[in-house]
Design a protein around this ligand. Sequence first.
Ligand code: FAD
Length: 303
Amino acid sequence: MGYYPIRYVGFAHDEATYKSLEASLGWSDGYMVDRKDFQKEISPYFNPNLDTYSAACVTNNCWQATPGKVIDYIRHLACEKGGVLLEDCRLVEVQRTAKGFMALVYTHDKEFVEYHCEHFVNSLGYQAAKFAKQLGIETGLYPIKHQAFITGRLPMMGKDGECLDMLIDRRQYKGFSAVYGQQFKETGQIIGCASPGVDAAEAGKNLKFNAQNFLEICSEMFREWIPQLGAVSFQAFWAGYYTEPRYIIDPGHGLLVGLQGHGFMLGQYLAKMYVDRYMGRPVPDYADRLLLSGDGLCENAFK
Ligand SMILES: Cc1cc2nc3c(=O)[nH]c(=O)nc-3n(C[C@H](O)[C@H](O)[C@H](O)COP(=O)(O)OP(=O)(O)OC[C@H]3O[C@@H](n4cnc5c(N)ncnc54)[C@H](O)[C@@H]3O)c2cc1C
């Protein structure tokens, strides 16, 4: 289904980062690598002159996947179980009714169709807050712009001729709080992102363009890691919203929202938790914290 094992490589640029990376080995399988071993452990192409980091933490048993394939597979499972998939439709409005909910949908054929149901799951990403409001629910969610890039196809650049693992720099640097990227095993393309240093500055920002400082920091960082990448052209840039600031997994309010920057990784598990609670099956203790009335789980719980 397009899942591949890879490793995460977190660079230590100062003492505090070193300590927190080392502490992460208490709950994940990995090891610390000294700067002198970067070429052996990360990539034979890694810049031998780079002295920004003293060490790196390599975490095993991570994975990458192709989102399109995964989503297609999940749709296929849903249809097999009797679900109906409507493409190119727009939810216009949702209302409570005596028996449940009415969702008004504008279809591909340019028709307005009313769907009536007992249970309505709002998993509308950054649009979720708008439709929750129509049902009288205040979520407190807001969208933060995040940008990404992808290069053309490249030869495998990682350890032992494999793809380049996920490299992560967590410095607060030139307006960003983290720069990270990895190489796709299937195509050899490098895909990377940079997280904004201050979320508020990117709240609701237009997705139609990529900022110059984003293009610059990605070029700078990847070229510093692997100088040969300076000659590689980007294939595409894009931007999307992280829905912040917290997960809300609450079937009582029909909410499966606020998946921030980890929704692809955790979405399937969170959806299972939603269904388990809805069906009255056991859920983990912390699931109560993910209810609308809960306090949420802080971002650091996932790092
Ligand atoms: C640049 C970037 C990089 C990311 N990288 C990662 C990563 O490496 N790993 C990871 O785990 N996560 C990553 N994420 C986060 C991940 O994409 C999200 O957490 C996840 O997509 C959220 O899932 P969702 O189902 O809540 O919302 P979405 O994926 O946004 O899905 C909501 C859907 O609802 C549809 N919708 C909204 N309103 C309407 C309407 N009125 N009518 C019809 N349809 C509607 C939207 O079109 C959309 O398809 C990244 C996000 C960005 C922006």
